[in-house]
Design a protein around this ligand. Structure first.
Ligand SMILES: Cc1cc2nc3c(=O)[nH]c(=O)nc-3n(C[C@H](O)[C@H](O)[C@H](O)COP(=O)(O)OP(=O)(O)OC[C@H]3O[C@@H](n4cnc5c(N)ncnc54)[C@H](O)[C@@H]3O)c2cc1C
Length: 358
């Protein structure tokens, strides 16, 4: 079986690696360079504590397990499992978040200011915070490259700098993809094209809307070790990379940010984020670079995973791909190869089929 995976972000890379590991002949076609889209510009927080509903929680929690499997299989060091300290919610909302996560069986520990200070001596301690010990952060550019390298070592091929313009089909069956130079043939096509997915699906009459969702990430110069956890404070997320640089979304409450455009200079947004970060850690912080990227957020905010349109076409697109890609890549590859999912995995994917937009 010949499979084309369109898009070399984290979703395409992990799906391609799973296919190659199962002996499938895979070609990855990428319009730009690997991880040149959202995956190269992500905050990279792996979590199940930020979720829409219980199904979404279960998918995210299962993908934390898949992250460990993937890192081991690839020998990747792209993920740090440093845990997260969260005090974004206050008062009753804090209690409600803690109780809901405990009821779902999530590892949650409540810390008072003294316990918090013992974990994070450089940060002004809040009265109380939640510790999510099982969460981590990933450098998606590194994980994407690790997955592509592993796929290529198993025979996969990458064609980069080549935008797919349309899907090729005959008699209701996918036959490959079109680009400016002609048709590249395949038995199956996986679309892992992030924000470009609605346009490509429209070429085979599959509806998907994706509103514009810009996201900016600010980075500082390398700092001495300051933080041991991902921090989610009221209005500011923050983490420290292994190279010492502090990394922070410029939008206050970034995970729930629904802005559709950027109305201020990125430099002003970066400066304000640097000021908030400085207030959090009690020292002046200078930003070094700021990156704008569009987040792939389907119209209902939830992942889109599954077969759709002509026979042989499969789509995977979502926000929270830093969290979800390892599990989605595993399950998508199995379905592309017509391997039936077990009941548990099928139930995990059931709410996210593309047919819900019909
Ligand atoms: C600022 C920001 C912060 C984020 N923070 C988090 C977070 O903390 N936690 C979390 O879980 N998620 C987070 N995300 C989301 C996560 O990064 C994305 O869900 C994930 O990277 C999506 O991966 P992808 O492979 O689907 O898309 P992308 O990485 O965008 O890859 C799609 C690829 O397809 C290629 N492509 C598009 N069209 C074509 C075409 N016609 N032909 C060939 N190739 C094409 C593109 O060039 C691109 O390389 C964040 C995203 C952003 C932008």
């Amino acid at each position: 079986m010949k499979v084309i995976v369109v898009g070399a972000g984290i979703l395409g890379a992990v799906t391609a690696w799973n296919l190659a590991a199962a002996g499938v002949a895979v070609t990855i076609i990428e319009a730009g360079q690997p991880a040149g889209g959202a995956s190269g510009a992500s905050f990279g927080w792996i979590n199940a504590s930020f979720y829409s509903d219980e199904d979404h929680f279960r998918l995210r929690a299962a993908s934390i397990g898949a992250h460990h499997r993937l890192a081991e299989a690839l020998g990747s060091r792209a993920v740090q499992w440093q845990g997260c300290l969260c005090w974004e919610e206050q008062g009753e909302a804090f209690d409600a978040q803690r109780d809901a996560l405990r009821a779902l069986g999530y590892a949650v520990r409540e810390l008072d200011a003294r316990a918090f200070a013992a974990f994070e001596p450089s940060v002004r301690p809040p009265e109380r915070a939640l510790l999510f010990a099982d969460e981590g952060a990933v450098d998606l550019a590194v994980l994407t490259q690790d997955a592509l390298n592993a796929a290529c070592s198993l025979g996969a091929r990458i064609i980069a700098g080549v935008p797919v313009t349309a899907l090729a089909q005959t008699n209701g069956r996918i036959t490959g993809v079109e680009w400016a130079g002609g048709t590249i043939e395949a038995d199956r096509v996986v679309l892992a094209t992030g924000t470009a997915t609605p346009r490509l699906l429209a070429s085979v009459d599959v509806p998907l809307k994706m509103p514009d969702r810009p996201g900016l990430i600010m980075r500082t110069t390398p700092q001495p070790p300051l933080l041991s956890h991902i921090l989610v404070s009221p209005g500011q997320e923050l983490r420290q990379q292994p190279d010492g640089r502090l990394l922070a979304p410029t939008a206050a409450s970034h995970q729930g940010d629904n802005s559709t455009d950027v109305r201020e200079l990125p430099s002003d947004l970066a400066q304000r984020a640097a000021n908030r970060v400085g207030a959090l850690i009690g020292q002046k912080v200078d930003w070094q670079d700021v990156t704008l990227a569009w987040r792939p957020v389907p119209e209902d905010g939830l992942p889109v995973i599954g077969r759709c349109g002509p026979e042989g076409l499969y789509v995977t697109t979502m926000h929270s791909g830093a969290t979800l890609a390892p599990l989605v890549g595993e399950l998508a590859a199995a379905e592309v190869m017509d391997r039936p999912l077990g009941n548990g995995d099928a139930a995990l994917l059931a709410p996210y089929r593309p047919q819900r937009f019909r």
